[in-house]
Structure formats: structure tokens, C-alpha cells
Design a protein around this ligand. Sequence first.
Ligand code: NAD
Length: 405
Amino acid sequence: MIRGEGTSTVGILGAGAMGAGIAQVAAAAGWRVRLFDVDVDTAQHAIDGIGARLEKRVARGRMTADDAAALVERLSVGDELSQLNDCELFIEAIVEDMDIKVQALQGVLKHLPSDAIIATNTSSLSVSDLGEGVDQPERTCGMHFFNPAPVMKLVEVVAGRSTSPAVADRVEAIALHWGKQVARCADTPGFIVNRVARPYYLEAFRCLEDGLCTPDLLDAAMRDAGGFRMGPFELTDLIGHDVNAATTRSVWTSWNEPARLSPVYAQEALVAAGDLGRKSGCGVYDHSGETPIAVLRPGQDAPALTKALTTVATDFAARASDTAGDLPAPLQVALMRVLCGLFNEALWSHADGVADETAIDTAMRFGVNYPRGPFEWMAGIGSDTLDATFTVLANDVDAGRYLRP
Ligand code: NAD
């Protein structure tokens, strides 16, 4: 049971993109929020920004002016850490650096009630190491929101080695009360979403390198036949190839460099050239005109397609989606490779004890808006087709990448 639901207070440290978004989510659910930053002006700026966003919602008739005013009323800038003395939850959302996070938490601890939960929004650091670093492992828990926090529905609740189950349960209850979907997972590199999503990008780049498709055709196939909101190339252009490739490297090295997660040359070359995507004006697409134009070319002219590959791709495509059966053979193979990459990473994550199947499906549906969770999708395709597909992919494309657990 959440203590004093509706009148609870959360302290948030870090008023950047994530801290501000989380503050809005908590205040929308009726919580009082104390927002801190090294720079008090940043925290005030964040609250002003929330107010401005809410005004637009009011103008569009999506929210009443009274509700917007009440929400903003619940937000305050923290100028003294002693103002944390009535917080039942504290969330750190500061710079992604373990030493800085430990140091900041040490400064905060003496001001928090002794039973307050310490949550971290880290994407890539160990929740266990952070909890142990401040000597509070039982009450430290990961509460991983996605960007933008007011829009994205998922929170990964990450229990560290010594996180008390009661603390993780309470963080889950709070996230649900704040209107989020929850995926519970273990404290492992990339948690669920940032690990399972890797093949969506990596396998797409490999298909391009193998000459199976142009970027625009694969993006369209993944949207129209796959049901994804964005194709892998337009999405990585939006995320930024430097950010996307760095996440790949971090997850790949942390999991002992499996072939499945290895960085791809074509994307590394974009980063080296400074072609980072939309933010630099060019990436896989040239963004200088009104419509993006695909400029990254396939690595070879004609794809090497075996009869076995096209045969399993036809069966796979028909079972994976209502419309993928209409795609030309090379795109069916590409769609099959990308989806099977995702499925395999979900299987390995499950086998590695990251999360159960339901949590992985929830995470992928609500953390990155996939049309279906990988396990639900695999169940619809059926084990006979999957067995035949993975056997051919291992024989004809890459034995290491398509080895299932
Ligand atoms: P950001 O750079 O936008 O904001 C960080 C804020 O923390 C800044 O306002 C900075 O002034 C403040 N800060 C830095 N050191 C501080 C300290 N010692 N004490 C108080 N305030 C301090 O960063 P962000 O994108 O909001 O990310 C914050 C955290 O959330 C990171 O751990 C990041 O990995 C994680 N995260 C980010 C995203 C994302 O897409 N941006 C998504 C999920 C999780």
C-alpha cells in the first residue's frame, strides 16, 4: 500500500530531460515533487517548461486550466536538501557517471527519512553497485523511465543484488499509480529494452551490408508489413548514430561480446564520418531537404539468396504478418532476419535470467512501442516454422548470431 497516496512527496535530483519528465508524471498523479539540480535555475526552467507544455494541452482542449494549475502547484524547486525530509521516494536522474551519482547520493542521504526509497533512473550503470556504493543496497532500486517520460508508458523496475523485495514491490506500485506499465527485471547490462532492441538496428545494417535492401525499402517494410512505428534506419537517424552505436558497444562488451550484439561496420563508419543522423543533417538519410533521401547504399549489388532462405522466408513472412507475404523475396528475408534477431535476443535475455517472458513482452511493447511482444509474436508464428527458420539462418547466414539458447 502506498503511504498517504495522493499526498506523497518525491524528491528528484537532476532536472534535465528525464528529471523534468518524471516530475511531470509524478505531479500528474497527485504527488508533491521537489525538484533539485546542481543549478537552481535549471530546476526552475524545467518547471516553467512543464507549465508551458501544459498550457498547450489546455489550449488544445486536452486538459482543463484548473488541472494544469493544480499540477504545476505540486511542483517546487528544491533549494535546500533538508527539504527532502518528508520524501518517501527519492529519484536520481543526474549525469550517467557512477562516481558522480555516488557522491551526489552521499550528500543527500542524511536528509532523507531512513525508510525512503532511493531510486535511480540509470540506463546503463549497475543498480547494485550504486546501492553498495552508498551503503544502502536494500533500499536502492532501479526505476528506469523512457524518454519522453510523460509520453512513454514503460518503467523498468530493476532489483539489484540486495534490493529488498518490498522496496521493488513498492516502486512497482508507485509506477503503476503514476499510470505506467511495469516490467520487473534483473540488474543486468541494458536491462530489457536496451538489450532486446539491439538487433532491430544491427540486423538491419547487416541486411544493408549484404545487399538485401536499400534503407528506405527496409524502413517501409518494417513499418507497413512489420507494424513498427518507425523503420530501423529512420529511427537510428532520429536517435543519433553516436548514441545508438555507443549503447550497442556498452551492451555488447558487458555481455562478453556475443556475435549477436557485435557493432556493425556501416554504422561505425557513419559515426566516424560525423554523419550522426538528423542532428548533423545527414546519416543513413540526407535530411537537408523537405523529404529525407536515403544516401547510404547497399554493401553489394546483388544479395546472395539461397533457395532454403527464400523458402523459409516465405513461410515465416506469411505467419509473422498479414501483409509481409506480398514483399519481394529479398525484403522478406530482411524482415525475417530482423525479427529473428529480436526474437533470439529475447530468448537469450530470458535464458540469462533478465526477466520473465511477460515482462519482456511488456517492455518491448511499451518501452519502444513494438506492435507485439517477441514471445507473443513467436507463439503466433509457431515452433515448427521458427525451428526451420533458425536452422536455415544458422546454416546460410551466420551460425553464431542465430544460435538459440
Ligand atoms: P540531462 O543531461 O538532460 O540532465 C541531467 C541533469 O542533472 C542536468 O540538469 C544537470 O545539471 C544535473 N546534474 C548533473 N550532476 C548533478 C549533481 N551532482 N547534482 C545535481 N544535479 C546534477 O540527462 P538526462 O538525459 O535527463 O539523463 C539523466 C539520467 O537518466 C541518466 O542516468 C541517463 O542515463 C538516464 N536516462 C536517460 C534517458 C534519455 O533518453 N535521455 C532515458 C532513460 C534514462
